[in-house]
Structure formats: C-alpha cells, structure tokens
Design a protein around this ligand. Structure first.
Ligand SMILES: *[C@@H]1O[C@H](CO)[C@@H](O)[C@H](O)[C@H]1NC(C)=O
Ligand SMILES: *[C@@H]1O[C@H](CO)[C@@H](O)[C@H](O)[C@H]1NC(C)=O
Length: 188
C-alpha cells in the first residue's frame, strides 16, 4: 500500500507521456548543453604580461583608479564606442590599478553587470560566480595611499550585459575604496 502511494503519482505522469516527456527532455538537454559548454567550450587563453588598456569611468569612492586592462581583448579596442567583446564560456583577465585612500583588512568586492536592455527586469544585476571576499582579487591588507592591483578572472556566463562595475568597499558596511565601470560587449 505504501509503495503504491509513492508510485501512484509517477504512474499518473507515465500515463501522460506526450505531455511529460518533452518537458523532461528539454530540461535535460539544456543542462547538458550548459555543462558541456563549461567543460569543453572554454578556450585556454594566455593572458600575457599585460592587457589592453580600456576606457573606464570612475564612480564615487575614497580612492582613485588610474587604469584598467583587459586580456585578451579579442575584438573591439576597449573604447566605449568599440568595447572588448566577452564570449560566453571564455575567460578574461581584468586588471584594475587603484590607490585607496583608506586601509582595509577584509575588503568586500562587488561586481555588477549592466544591461541597458533590462532583459532581467533591471539595468544592473550581481554577476554570478564572484566572491565577495576582496582578498581574492587584491593583496590584503589593503594599504592606504599605496598603488595596488585588483585582478579579476572573469568567466563569461550566458547572460546579457553591456558593462561591468567593480566596487571594492572596506568591509560589508564600509565606503567604497575602488569603483570603476568598464564597457564590455557580450557575445553568446
Ligand atoms: C594583472 O596584474 C597582476 C598584478 O600586478 C600582474 O601580475 C598580471 O600580469 C596582470 N595581468 C594582466 C593581464 O594585466
Ligand atoms: C559602491 O559601494 C558603496 C558601498 O556599498 C555604495 O554606496 C555605492 O553606491 C557603490 N557604487 C556603485 C557605483 O554601485
């Protein structure tokens, strides 16, 4: 009796193969496609000793950004009119040179992707795959007035964006010590 109760819903689904089967197959197919893209679609890219300097816009912060590089910048020249193109599945190194006004032992990192088309209902969203631990991207402790590098290994996921904003704050509630936006084009 117990077994029958468990099986009954499955039997009910099995009785509707024309409805159930296509749904399941579609779900499985999309998972397989994502997994194989992540495993096999990634090209190994040698970032080289230095990247392409790209246009950036500073946002309000207690610190200054003096340069941003992207490696590789496969197409485009990194200007706002011709941004570097990030292809789904590929990896890119983004290097930000900054000088913070404040020190930080546990800085918090935030990466927002911009999407002017608002495909996801907002003009920006937190990009997946990031760590909020700023020490993963810049040397810690962060020393006030010392020129430093923030290096982000960007893995391009299948979501639309046309720009990225990096915001490093002293901690969860603290002020920003490094904030820069860069134009980047997404290619699926
Ligand atoms: C990024 O910055 C780090 C630290 O200075 C440096 O070792 C690395 O070569 C840079 N990479 C690129 C792609 O500019
Ligand atoms: C950066 O982070 C600070 C602190 O959370 C916030 O006040 C500021 O609005 C952020 N800047 C941007 C451009 O998101």
């Amino acid at each position: 009796m117990f077994m029958f109760k468990l099986l009954a819903p499955l039997l009910a689904l099995a009785a509707l193969p024309s409805l159930a089967a296509p749904f399941y197959m579609e779900d499985i197919a999309s998972y397989v496609a994502k997994d194989s893209a992540a495993d096999a679609g990634v090209r190994t890219i040698n970032p080289g000793p230095s990247g392409t300097p790209v246009a950036f816009t500073s946002c309000d912060a207690q610190g200054t950004v003096s340069g941003v590089t992207i490696s590789p910048c496969e197409s485009g020249d990194g200007t706002a009119g011709s941004p570097c193109v990030f292809t789904n599945g590929n990896h890119y190194t983004i290097n930000i040179t900054y000088t913070p006004d404040l020190a930080a032992t546990s800085p918090r990192s935030g990466l927002a992707a911009h999407d002017a088309t608002e495909s996801y209902g907002a003009d920006s969203y937190a990009y997946s795959g990031q760590s909020f631990n700023g020490c993963e991207y810049t040397a810690c402790p962060v020393v006030a007035a010392k020129e430093s590098e923030y290096t982000y290994e960007f893995v391009t996921l299948d979501s639309v964006f046309d720009g990225l904003t990096f915001n490093l704050t002293t901690d969860v509630f603290g002020p920003s010590i490094m904030c820069a936006s860069i134009p980047v084009a997404f290619s699926s």
